[in-house]
Design a protein around this ligand. Structure first.
Ligand code: DX5
Ligand code: ZN
Length: 217
């Protein structure tokens, strides 16, 4: 089993206090931050965009920032997010008109490339782009909201990717907490997003540690 990194999602945290919440998660042992960007078109919800991410970066210099771009026009925000010093830009295969082109643009802008797929998208759509991706994100809920129920069936996609691409970074996102993380890691995921399980706890440090112990011991 590959070693897992834990990247909390701040979606259900106090977004009016984003920097404090982010610092708390990093101090609590988070390996990276998963920042959920929603545009109200690709998903029925709005969060924040590159101006907010840039302000957050000005306060938090060191951490690895992944932006999960739940937006209809992923190409539009590549340069602004690179300008905000984002480390990894994860977009959705369903949103891009030309996945190869979007991936190349992200690389040219100096960021790592994440390609995400929604629950109803076949995992095999990824095969032709695998050389261009640093990471593949398997959504384990319909994107749009935190706190939803984990879709166990999605683990088949994770297994498929791990079997075919042993060195690939594979992320799961949605409904992942203490009850579901083991199955994700066993299937082959090595980047674990956990939102409400971490941010709703009074003791995020303890939850992150428990998540880590559960998969990395
Ligand atoms: C859902 C987001 C997730 C979400 C995860 O659209 O992409 O990152 O915040 O939150 P939980 O872990 O609560 O499902
Ligand atoms: Zn997300």
């Amino acid at each position: 089993q590959v070693k897992c990194k834990i990247g909390p999602s701040i979606l259900n945290a106090d977004l009016a206090d984003l920097s404090k919440e982010s610092e708390k998660l990093l101090d609590s042992g988070a390996d990276y931050l998963h920042l959920d960007v929603m545009d109200g078109h690709f998903v029925p919800n709005i969060t924040f965009g590159h101006p907010v991410v840039k302000c957050l970066r000005s306060k938090i210099k060191e951490a690895f920032f992944e932006t999960h771009m739940m937006v209809s026009k992923p190409d539009e925000w590549i340069v602004p997010m690179a300008d905000a010093s984002v480390d990894q830009y994860t977009f959705h295969v369903e949103a891009s008109e030309d996945v190869a082109k979007t991936s190349r643009k992200i690389r040219e802008a100096g960021m790592k490339v994440g390609i995400g797929i929604k629950p109803n998208t076949e995992v095999t759509v990824i095969d032709e782009y695998i050389e261009l991706a640093d990471m593949v994100l398997i959504m384990t809920v319909e994107p749009g909201f935190g706190g939803q129920k984990f879709m166990e069936k999605m683990l088949g996609k994770v297994r498929y990717l791990r079997e075919n691409y042993p060195g690939l970074d594979i992320e799961v996102d949605g409904g992942v907490g203490l009850g579901t993380i083991d199955a994700c890691a066993q299937a082959g995921a090595n980047m674990i997003v956990s939102g409400s399980a971490v941010t709703s706890s009074d003791d995020p440090r303890k939850v992150i540690q428990q998540l880590r112990d559960s998969v990395n011991s």
